[in-house]
Write a protein of this length. Structure first.
Length: 304
């Protein structure tokens, strides 16, 4: 039984369309239709009920789908085990990641990882929107925030504080807030994800919660642009400490209200299913954990 046919069958079951599944797998609709017929002939079972308007699984197809998924996962795990035994990690990483973190930290880290593992290849999507794993052909995504879909396979890379930051030029011109309520009088730089603008900033001090609605003259759906605006003295931003750690250490950005803490945000590596949890993904997970921990270490004071 051809494993490509099994993969196609599961993809058709997910998409509900032979044409869409064929496109995702780089096949023609005719080739995909022939493969499905071949599988049904081998099983002597009709897997789908076809009509001019829809394609849906038969009861036998639903029953077989469970075993088909298990078989494909087992095969992938077997391949991964062989690679691990050989000490080689190869294959393609189809990865998406946030814009600011990706461009400035993760891409150089992955370059370093691929030098150590030259049989790896990379297809990269960078952007702050959530990738569609199937439509965007992404196998693994690096994201801030835990996945809402419990069916996803997720590994937490780190838990990271968020910090309120501005440039020395901004604070010299407009002053530095001494209390969260004073943020209302400042020009705040707003990050937007989809239709949601993150214009309410939460923090806590000594058990007292502060939830401050902020406003400003700039809003963007690209987190790197928000950081650049802050660097240029355009206003105050609320960012993951990981994104701005180097600029805080160098003094190019200042941390404001340091005695007020934010709720940490998780950095997660997410796969749509266990099939995507390859040795390359596990290598990436461990590599990122080490790099993030190293990045967030306090900068030592010079010896006097």
């Amino acid at each position: 039984m051809n494993t490509d046919d099994l993969e196609l069958f599961t993809r058709i079951a997910d998409c509900g369309s032979i044409t869409a599944s064929a496109e995702q797998l780089g096949l023609t609709p005719a080739t995909a239709s022939a493969a499905l017929k071949r599988l049904e002939k081998q099983l002597d079972t009709q897997l789908f009920i076809r009509s001019t308007r829809q394609l849906r699984l038969t009861s036998e197809g639903e029953h077989f789908l469970t075993f088909c998924r298990q078989a494909l996962v087992a095969l992938e795990e077997g391949k991964a085990s062989l690679h691990a035994i050989k000490g080689k990690i190869s294959g393609e990483l189809r990865l998406s990641m946030p814009s600011d973190l990706g461009r400035n930290l993760v891409v150089p880290w992955i370059d370093e990882m691929m030098i150590k593992h030259p049989e790896l290849s990379l297809k990269l999507n960078i952007g702050d929107g959530l990738s569609d794993f199937y439509l965007d052909r992404v196998d693994v995504a690096l994201r801030y925030g835990a996945p809402e879909d419990s069916s996803m396979i997720a590994f937490q890379v780190a838990s990271i504080d968020r910090v309120i930051i501005a440039s020395p030029e901004y604070t010299a011109a407009f002053g530095e807030p001494q209390h969260p309520e004073e943020l209302r009088q400042h020009n705040c730089l707003i990050f937007r994800l989809g239709n949601r603008a993150y214009d309410t900033w939460d923090m806590v001090r000594n058990g007292e919660q502060y939830r401050i609605p902020v406003t400003g003259d700039r809003e963007c759906d690209d987190a790197e642009i928000v950081r650049r605006w802050a660097r240029a003295g355009r206003g105050i931003a609320f960012k993951s400490k990981l994104d701005v750690k180097r600029e805080l250490d160098s003094g190019k950005l200042l941390r404001l209200l340091p005695e007020y803490q934010s709720k940490p945000v998780g950095l997660w590596l997410v796969c749509p299913s266990r099939k995507q949890v390859t040795p390359a993904v596990l290598l990436l997970r461990d590599f990122l954990r080490d790099k993030v921990n190293e990045e967030l270490k306090p900068v030592g004071r010079p010896l006097s």
